[in-house]
Write a protein that binds this ligand. Structure first.
Ligand code: BGC
Length: 450
C-alpha cells in the first residue's frame, strides 16, 4: 500500500536546512526543527502544532488549528444522473456520520468468521469472532465486484427500514488504470495503454447506477488510495509520471459522478509519515485543492482520508523510538492539523477521516515508508465519531485487517521487495487475500484489547 521513499524525504529536508529564511509554506519551527526560524518577506511563521510551524503568506490568514473547519451551507445543485431517483440526501454541511449507523461489511464478516473458526484457543477465537461486528470499508478493487454493491445497499436499505436506524455504507473506490504506480503489490486490472481511462469511467458509471437506486442509504467513499499522494512525491517514477494526467482525469470523473448521486467522499491523502514532511505538505495541499475544484467544489467532496492501510497512531506524545530522527508530523492528528489550514486557504474546507484499523501497536517499522504487513501490528481504536478533533469526522477502519498488503513470493508478477523487508511478516499471500497468521496477530495485539 502506501509507498514512499525515505531517501526522497531526506532530500526534501535539504532546501529547508540550506536557507537562512524559510520559503513561503516552508517549515520555520517545531520540536526537533533545526532549520531557519524566520520566513521570507510576505509570510509569517505560524505555529500549527508543537512539531510544526510554517511560513504562511501574510494574506492567507489561516484559522488556528483547533478551530472548526469551514463548512459549506449552500445546497449543491448536483447534475442529475441520467435515470433513476435523484438523491434525497442533501449534504448536511456537517459530519456525514452523524445520525447514521455504519453498515457492517458482509464481505469482512464472512472472512472474519472463517478466520475465527480456524483458531483453536477458545479465548482468542471469541475475540477474533467479535471483529465481525466492527465496521470496515468495502473495497471495489475490480469492476467485477461492482454488482455486489447493489446487494449490500439493498440489505442496508432493508435494515434501515426494519430497525428505524438510517444506514451508512462505506466503500473504497480503487480501480485506477496503472494503479499503484510506485509499487507492484496492488497493480490493478486496467492499463492506460489499453483503454484504461474509458474502462475506469465505465466502472464509475456502474457504481453510480447501483447507488442511485438506494437514495435512502448514505454512502461514504474513500477515493483511490495512494494515487494522488504518488503524484505528490513519486513523479520521478516513470509509471507515475505517465499516469499523472489519467489519474487526474479519472479522479475528477469519480468526484463529479459520485457527487451527483450524493456520495460523501474523502480523497486518500497518504499518511503522516509520507505527505507529512515539510516539503510535501504544501504541494499536497495544492493538488488536493485543485482536485476539489476540478471535481466541482461539491459539498459532497467532504475532505481527505489519511492513514489508509497504514500504521500511524492518531496522536503520539513523542515521535516513536525507531523514527525519532525525523522532524515531521508524527501522527495522523498532527498531519491533519498541518494540512487543514493550507487546504482552507486554497478554498478546500476539508474534513478528515482517519484509518486506525491496524494502528494499535506503535514502534514496529524500520522506516516511515514501510507498508507491507508490518510485523506485530494490532487492531487499533474502534471506529467512532468521538475523535477529539473538530477536523476529524470519524476514526474508521478502511483496510479490512487480515487482508494482505502484498505477497512475499518473489516469483509473483505483483511481488514488491518491500514485502520481504525485515519488518514485513512472511510468508505472505497476494494483496487483498486473507492472511490468517496476520489476522491472529492483529487480534492478540489489539489495543485497546478485544
Ligand atoms: C489490495 C486490494 C484489497 C485492499 C483491501 C489492497 O492492498 O490491492 O485488492 O481490496 O488492499 O484489503
Amino acid at each position: 500500500m502506501s509507498k514512499f521513499s525515505a531517501l526522497l524525504s531526506l532530500l526534501a529536508l535539504i532546501p529547508a536546512l540550506a536557507h537562512a529564511q524559510s520559503a513561503v509554506w516552508g517549515q520555520c519551527g517545531g520540536i526537533g526543527w533545526t532549520g531557519a526560524t524566520t520566513c521570507v518577506s510576505g509570510s509569517v511563521c505560524t505555529e500549527l502544532n508543537d512539531y510544526y510551524s510554517q511560513c504562511i503568506p501574510s494574506s492567507a490568514a489561516p484559522p488556528p488549528p483547533t478551530s472548526s473547519p469551514t463548512t459549506v451551507s449552500s445546497t449543491p445543485t448536483p447534475t442529475s444522473p441520467s435515470s433513476g431517483p435523484s438523491p434525497t440526501d442533501t449534504p448536511s454541511a456537517g459530519n456525514p456520520y452523524t445520525g447514521y449507523e455504519v453498515f457492517l461489511s458482509p464481505v469482512y464478516a464472512a472472512e472474519v468468521a472463517a478466520g475465527a473458526a480456524q483458531i483453536t484457543d477458545a479465548t482468542l477465537q471469541s475475540k477474533a469472532a467479535s471483529v465481525a461486528n466492527i465496521p470496515t470499508f468495502i473495497w471495489f478493487d475490480e469492476v467485477a465486484k461492482v454488482p455486489n454493491l447493489g446487494t449490500y445497499l439493498a440489505s442496508a436499505s432493508a435494515l434501515g427500514t426494519s430497525s428505524g436506524q438510517k444506514q451508512l455504507v462505506q466503500i473504497v473506490v480503487y480501480d485506477l488504470p496503472d494503479r499503484d504506480c510506485a509499487a507492484k503489490a496492488s497493480n490493478g486490472e486496467f492499463s492506460i495503454a489499453d483503454g484504461g481511462q474509458a474502462k475506469y469511467f465505465n466502472y464509475i458509471d456502474q457504481l453510480v447506477a447501483q447507488i442511485q437506486q438506494f437514495p435512502d442509504v448514505r454512502v461514504v467513499a474513500v477515493i483511490e488510495p495512494d494515487s494522488l499522494a504518488n503524484l505528490v512525491t513519486n513523479l520521478s517514477v516513470e509509471k507515475c509520471a505517465n499516469a499523472e494526467t489519467t489519474y487526474k482525469a479519472c479522479v475528477t470523473y469519480a468526484l463529479q459522478q459520485l457527487a451527483s448521486v450524493g456520495v460523501y467522499m474523502y480523497m486518500d491523502a497518504g499518511h503522516a509519515g509520507w505527505l507529512g514532511w515539510p516539503a510535501n505538505l504544501s504541494p499536497a495541499a495544492q493538488l488536493f485543492a485543485q482536485m476539489y475544484e476540478s471535481g466541482g467544489s461539491s459539498p459532497f467532496i467532504r475532505g481527505l482520508a489519511t492513514n489508509v492501510a497504514n500504521y500511524n497512531a492518531l496522536s503520539v506524545a513523542t515521535p516513536t523510538r525507531s523514527l525519532r530522527a525525523t522532524p515531521i508530523t508524527t501522527s495522523s492528528s498532527t498531519s491533519t492539523s498541518a494540512l487543514s489550514p493550507m487546504l482552507t486557504s486554497q478554498g478546500f474546507p476539508a474534513s478528515f477521516i482517519v484509518d486506525q484499523g491496524r494502528s494499535g501497536q506503535q514502534d514496529l517499522r524500520q522506516q516511515w515508508g514501510d507498508w507491507c504487513n508490518i510485523k506485530g501490528a494490532g487492531f487499533g481504536t474502534r471506529p467512532t465519531t468521538n475523535t477529539g478533533s473538530s477536523l476529524i469526522d470519524s476514526i474508521v477502519w478502511v483496510k479490512p485487517g487480515g487482508e494482505c498488503d502484498g505477497t512475499s513470493n518473489s516469483s509473483s508478477p505483483r511481488y514488491d521487495s518491500t514485502c520481504s523487508l525485515p519488518d514485513a511478516d512472511q510468508p505472505s499471500p497476494e494483496a487483498g487475500t486473507w492472511f490468517q497468521e496476520y489476522f491472529q496477530t492483529l487480534v492478540s495485539q489489539a489495543n485497546p484489547p478485544l
